[in-house]
Design a protein around this ligand. Structure first.
Ligand SMILES: Cc1cc2nc3c(=O)[nH]c(=O)nc-3n(C[C@H](O)[C@H](O)[C@H](O)COP(=O)(O)OP(=O)(O)OC[C@H]3O[C@@H](n4cnc5c(N)ncnc54)[C@H](O)[C@@H]3O)c2cc1C
Length: 521
């Protein structure tokens, strides 16, 4: 069934499509049912056609993007830029607003620079983690990539979404240093030192003269990002893979308080992941293999399953990066902290040093394997995440965890929770809702659970890290301080930069957060 951009007639949309074809080549304008279906969200919590696109365009370069913007402004065609479009769990390549036209940037896939001396790179949007790793390997580079759990996405899209990896450079938005962005009116801007003709320092310093604008183009709809500079990690002399088993559920507060100073002092110098019982028991299985009763898997069954695997209620994994002697010091400090704070914990360590073959625990290989988990709840499976950002203080983390677990159980869902120590001062909880996509009752229940938790989190002043398209307005509206001064400022910036609202309408609730209240989107 054809889908139109809101407010456009078939006739005017057809004219716009003809102009797009003339501008970038007919073969790069996708309108068939099958082509458009490939941009639907396979993991949507509800009818994926709620976020159907009207067409897709694949520009070759910045000039093509400029031409597209001029036409889109004239006809008021909303565009939804994606880099690789593999934003699984958060919308994949689908637009927030039904009827938007996907601006698929995959063809702009050049790795423009890898500076071995400076440890920096400049890439275009279509560079995937697979491509980037292959290029580093091809060059025999001594620089390492920090990638997310699965590698299908793009270096740019992931960093723009504040994505996370598992090295000291694992907070990917923090590695951004300089961008080239195309504004809705066709103006091309280079941020930071890229604004100087002939600069050698574009990727050298993030805080030069004037406002630092890179952050403004992340998780936003203010521009199309056409290039990004990034910092890359020099290959470490050694690594240690640490896994810690913590037996009792009641140990959570002590666990968070034990980890905090270790992360804050950079003793643990990369993000750690805490998994609760439900998150640990999957192990390549599907849920029906371990529990076929109603509601969430009960605590008693969980304890049996964990005992079978020799696991504690909590597990913690992280990697350390240092010279062999430095790793010894770090490990010694970690062991002493756990002896003191959580004597019941068991710590296992693996080691690697430069020159040895790499192993899977190092998470340096590119892979699609983590995507296998999506059928955990039932097939065809989907999942979405609630991502509260929480201070790593035992009492605070326990408060948030208890609310999440209670609500999941109340709504008959397994509280499948991972807690990521992504920075020295913040935990990001990832509470996964797994569902069978074709089960309308279950997906509606998950949406209700998500919105209930938004209200619960807002009530205690906790905000979210990233959401699926369906919850972007809800997450933006949670920022209520000062009569929603921050979302209102975002709306004003948007109106100034993109008066026709053609770039990614609805993205992160910018321009839409207060207009659709109370609807189950
Ligand atoms: C099992 C599983 C495990 C996962 N593990 C992780 C993980 O460990 N870490 C993690 O971070 N994520 C993880 N994800 C989430 C997600 O799949 C990745 O973050 C993925 O890298 C995002 O897709 P992408 O890079 O293709 O971004 P895209 O889909 O290309 O982009 C995401 C969004 O950013 C905006 N955008 C993208 N490019 C541009 C541009 N050039 N200009 C303007 N706006 C743009 C758009 O709004 C777009 O929708 C996981 C998902 C699943 C299902």
């Amino acid at each position: 069934m054809p889908v139109l951009p809101p407010g456009l007639t078939q006739e005017s949309f057809d004219k716009a499509l003809d102009e797009f074809r003339a501008a970038i080549g007919a073969q790069w304008v996708f309108t068939s049912e099958a082509d458009r279906a490939s941009y639907l969200d396979p993991f949507d919590i509800g009818d994926q056609h709620d976020h159907a696109s009207a067409a897709a365009l694949a520009p070759a370069d910045v000039e093509d993007c400029r031409k597209i913007l001029a036409i889109a402004n004239r006809y008021k065609v909303p565009l939804w830029p994606v880099s690789m479009g593999k934003n699984f769990a958060y919308g994949t390549a689908a637009p927030e607003m039904r009827g938007s036209v996907i601006l698929d940037l995959k063809r702009m896939n050049r790795i423009l620079e890898i500076d071995e001396q400076m440890g920096t790179a400049i890439v275009e949007p279509g560079v995937s983690f697979f491509d980037f790793k292959a290029e580093l390997d091809r060059r025999g580079s001594r620089l390492w990539m920090s990638g997310p759990a699965h590698s299908w996405g793009s270096v740019i899209g992931n960093a723009l979404e504040h994505g996370v990896g598992y090295t000291p450079y694992g907070q990917h938005a923090e590695q951004i240093c300089g961008m080239e962005v195309l504004l809705a009116d066709g103006t091309l801007v280079r941020t930071g030192l890229g604004a100087l003709e002939g600069t050698r320092e574009w990727q050298a310093y993030r805080w030069p003269f004037g406002p630092a604008l890179d952050g403004m183009f992340t998780q936003s709809n203010f521009a199309i990002v056409t290039k990004m500079g990034l910092w890359l990690m020099p290959e470490p002399e050694g690594m240690a893979g640490v896994s810690i088993r913590v037996p009792r559920k009641d140990d959570f507060r002590a666990l968070v308080d034990t980890l905090r100073p270790l992360r804050m002092t950079d003793t643990i110098n990369a993000p750690y992941t805490i998994a609760n019982g439900w998150r640990q028991i999957t192990g390549g299985r599907v849920r029906s293999q371990v529990w076929d009763g109603p509601g969430a898997i009960p605590q008693a069954r969980m304890e049996e399953l964990l005992a079978e695997r020799g696991d504690g209620w909590w597990s913690v994994i992280f990697n350390l990066f240092d010279s062999p002697a430095g790793l010894d010091l770090r490990l010694d400090k970690i062991r002493r902290a756990f002896d003191q704070g959580l004597p019941g914990a068991t710590i296992d360590v693996r080691r690697w040093q430069q020159g040895e073959p790499q192993e899977p625990w190092m998470r340096q290989e590119v892979s699609l394997a983590p995507l296998g988990a999506v059928d955990w709840g039932g097939s065809p499976g989907g999942h979405s995440d609630l991502g509260p950002i929480v201070a790593p203080l035992g009492g605070r983390a326990e408060q948030v965890y208890e609310i999440i677990e209670r609500r999941f159980l109340e709504y008959g869902k397994d509280p499948w929770v991972g807690i990521f120590g992504i920075s020295s001062r913040a935990l990001v909880f990832v509470a996964d809702m797994y569902f069978t996509r074709t089960d309308a009752e279950e997906t509606a229940r998950c949406r209700a659970l998500f919105r209930q938790l938004c209200a619960d989190m807002q009530a205690i002043g906790v905000g979210l890290y990233r959401t699926h398209l369906r919850f972007m307005d809800d997450a933006a509206a949670m920022h209520a301080w000062g009569d929603h001064a921050l979302p209102r400022l975002n709306d004003r910036i948007k109106a100034a930069l993109d008066p026709n609202g053609i770039l990614a309408p609805g993205k992160q609730g910018i321009g839409s957060w207060n207009s659709r209240e109370g609807t189950d989107r």
